[in-house]
Design a protein around this ligand. Structure first.
Ligand SMILES: *[C@@H]1O[C@H](CO)[C@@H](O)[C@H](O)[C@H]1NC(C)=O
Length: 212
């Protein structure tokens, strides 16, 4: 079954248009999320400005280790391939393994679930987790583990469908977490995060007494 000449012409025009408009035009990515170390779903065309397909596999703690996967379209400035570990407190952590790519359907595969290294490394960070507010005072110290050498402060809004709530969180992170910048839009299996704040600095071995 060949394409009709008309369809051919249309396709050619579309491709030519995309070449002129540049990257991002008509990128299609697999889109899905679920409580497993991979997921599969439909191929969808990305919104304008989202020029990257992503696979993000996460492990967090919810009555035990909880692994989930999201595949989505993202902006290249918000997508960072590699491993990120964050620890807000004992049994309050999130590790992710992310793969970013920029061709149609390139996120159809899967990536290994991240391993959480629980060995404390002697570094400390101010810590807090506050739902429904977008600032939080560090009331506790988190003990950093594994390769976590930095402290982060992330705040913004978490959206799930039409529900949107402010959140703020601080704790230890791998240096790779510092690539996340304010303004980033980051999907997860349960929420779509809009970050208003993404601060990052080196962790210390002494209790942290910096004024807010
Ligand atoms: C886990 O983290 C500790 C402390 O940083 C490090 O010494 C150890 O090599 C890490 N283990 C693995 C398997 O990466």
């Amino acid at each position: 079954m060949g394409l009709s000449t008309r369809q051919d012409t249309f396709l050619l025009a579309f491709m030519l248009f995309c070449t002129l408009v540049g990257p991002g035009c008509g990128l299609t990515c697999e889109v899905c999320n679920g409580p497993e170390d991979t997921c599969s779903g439909k191929m969808k065309q990305c919104e304008q400005g989202k020029d990257t397909c992503a696979i993000i596999v996460s492990e967090s703690h919810e009555k035990g280790p909880y692994v989930s996967t999201v595949k989505a379209c993202m902006k290249s400035r918000d997508c960072h391939t590699g491993y990120v570990s964050t620890t807000m407190g004992p049994n309050n952590y999130m590790v992710t393994n992310t793969h970013c790519c920029q061709s149609d359907g390139c996120n159809r595969g899967s990536v290994p679930a991240p391993q959480y290294n629980r060995t404390v490394n002697g570094l400390l960070c101010p810590s807090c987790v506050v739902p429904f507010r977008d600032t939080c005072a560090a009331t506790q110290l988190a003990q950093c583990v594994g390769q976590e050498t930095h402290c982060i402060y992330l705040a913004g809004r978490a959206k799930a469908g039409i529900i949107s709530a402010k959140f703020a969180t601080r704790g230890c992170a791998t240096e790779s977490a510092c690539r996340t910048k304010a303004g980033a839009e980051v999907p997860s299996a349960s929420y779509h995060y809009f970050l208003h704040r993404a601060d990052c600095h080196e962790a210390t071995t002494l209790p942290y007494g910096r004024a807010e």
